[in-house]
Design a protein around this ligand. Sequence first.
Ligand code: ZN
Length: 376
Amino acid sequence: MVILKKTGYIFDESFFWHDNGSGTLYLPAGGYLEPDVFVEAPSTKRRVNNLLNRCGLIKELETIEPRSATREEIEEVHLPSYVEYVKQLSDTTGGDAGDHAIVGRGSYEIALLSAGAAITAVDSVLTSKVKNAYSLSRPPGHHAEPEKGIGFCIFNNVAIAAKYAKKKYGLKRILVLDWDVHHGNGTEKVFYEDDEVLFISIHQHLSFPNNTGYATDTGKGKAEGFNVNIPLPAGTGDAGYLEAFQSIIEPITNEFKPELIIISAGQDPGMFDPLGRMNMTAAGFGAITNVMLELANIHCNGHIVFVHEGGYSNAYVPFCTLRIIEEMSGVKTDVEDPFTGSQTTDVVNIVQRQAIDEVIKIQSQYWRAFEGVMSK
Ligand code: ZN
């Protein structure tokens, strides 16, 4: 009897208990800033979990309990002094672990579990317990650098999971693809000189952090060409994203032939996000998920792991994330995108085309797949 494997779903209630305190958007309240809900809040993630339950898709998934990352696993990426600093803040008063990376009371243990959830996802896929896996990790990770937290990220979940996969399973070719609307500066920094991890970040040009994510930042030393930044202009929608996936990410991935794909899945390119200016719909997220699932099937027995990053629209993140998990699991629910049709996203305009061509031109120095493409 053939038992069809399910999609793994990894989360823990404590992810929703990491407390950024009150704020106004991403700033602490005070002065003329009236206190409001801090923008990186449990609600977006909790509502993803709620929608999975409400529509019944949860029953088709293999829910897996995460384990905590060990200190040793965290320190494969982060300086011991930084890890200790986070622990001290978490045990005492709480505070900022860098640049807008709030540590609340007890956040250290939750951050260990959030990184451990990404590791659990890697384990469950590479041991064939499930066919692929989605970790609803919180706090997010992709901005966190070895020596400090940045942009709501305390420990770099995806970088820690990739390091773990290298060490535990001896993998030599891991693709980390970051589609969060903001540049994956932390992950870039960790692997900038590592040719065993191909890092691709597709993001809104010069949104956050300031002054990173340029297409010309291509890696260093033996890893020249293993860092691929795809900065897109504000307003890019489904068509522009899909074009970038098909004309840049697909050919590079086909040449790299990854043994494992890890997605930094930030749903903040969604069209209603308060911290992004992109125009993606849930259907668009479904389409780019399909591109990556197909690449995983071609190159690595479908071994692909999704780790939640940003996404701040309470209303829309759940629908975008549901669409992703539907594609992963192959189970279509009766949930339709209630917001479809409110914006036009089906055009690749000239500015988006130029941005994509610029990346191809730069990357054609490193990837044979682009030979002759620009002269057409
Ligand atoms: Zn983001």
